[in-house]
Design a protein around this ligand. Structure first.
Ligand code: COA
Length: 177
């Protein structure tokens, strides 16, 4: 079942906490853009066991992992984790860095916003103060998306990454919760 037109949020959309069984779908969503884009700064697809280990760590650390479920298919996910290393710098403990991916076939349908709204409300409920996104400077969709979600660009770091033989710029966006 879908919404009433192009770009409409699917009527059957449910944002829920992920389970270990969702990790294959989460891994596939993440890997879908690795080979062809600079959204994620690696050339290597992520093996499923790495994603499963990440999920176990997120659970241990009490960090949410949310999935967007449409008719029992996982079509997006969002999460956050520590900013600049778990426990290394206690002064950053009320700041987190988030990640979000929506399957390409569902872009523009409000799923990203629904995931982020829930993630922000979880972050607030957990007493957090700031959310940071680290975005590839060429990822216009993500930059526009974060702007619409109330994030402000706070840093642009030229040529700190490399992929496909090209330098990559990092843009940091943040929202005070
Ligand atoms: C960025 C991403 C998460 C957006 O998800 P989405 O479900 O398409 O976004 P939504 O439909 O919920 O859009 C939310 C808002 O962002 C805006 N937006 C989303 N994509 C946009 C684009 N390509 N250009 C301009 N604005 C855009 C929408 O217009 C909407 O604004 P509004 O609600 O004020 O009308 C999705 O494109 C994605 O997963 N991309 C690949 C992975 C990625 O880049 N992740 C982020 C890494 S930092």
């Amino acid at each position: 079942m879908t919404g009433s037109g192009p770009g409409a949020t699917p009527a059957a959309l449910v944002i829920r906490d992920a389970t270990a069984d969702d990790m294959a779908a989460v891994c596939a969503l993440y890997n879908a853009l690795v080979a062809t884009t600079t959204v994620a700064w690696t050339e290597e697809p992520e093996p499923l066991h790495v994603r499963e280990a990440w999920f176990a760590e997120q659970q241990r650390d009490g960090h949410p992992v949310l999935v967007a479920d449409v008719d029992r298919e996982v079509v997006g996910f969002a999460s956050y984790g520590s900013f600049r290393g778990e426990g290394k710098w206690p002064g950053y403990r009320l700041t987190v860095e988030h990640t979000i991916h929506v399957g390409e076939g569902h872009w523009g349908g409000g799923i990203g916003r629904a995931l982020m709204d829930m993630l922000v409300s979880r972050a607030r409920a957990n007493g957090l103060h700031v959310m940071v996104g680290a975005v590839d400077g060429a990822n216009d969709a993500s930059l526009r998306f974060h702007e619409r979600l109330g994030f402000t660009e706070v840093a642009r770091m030229p040529e700190v990454g490399i992929k496909f033989g090209r330098w990559l710029d990092l843009v940091l966006v943040q929202r005070v919760l």
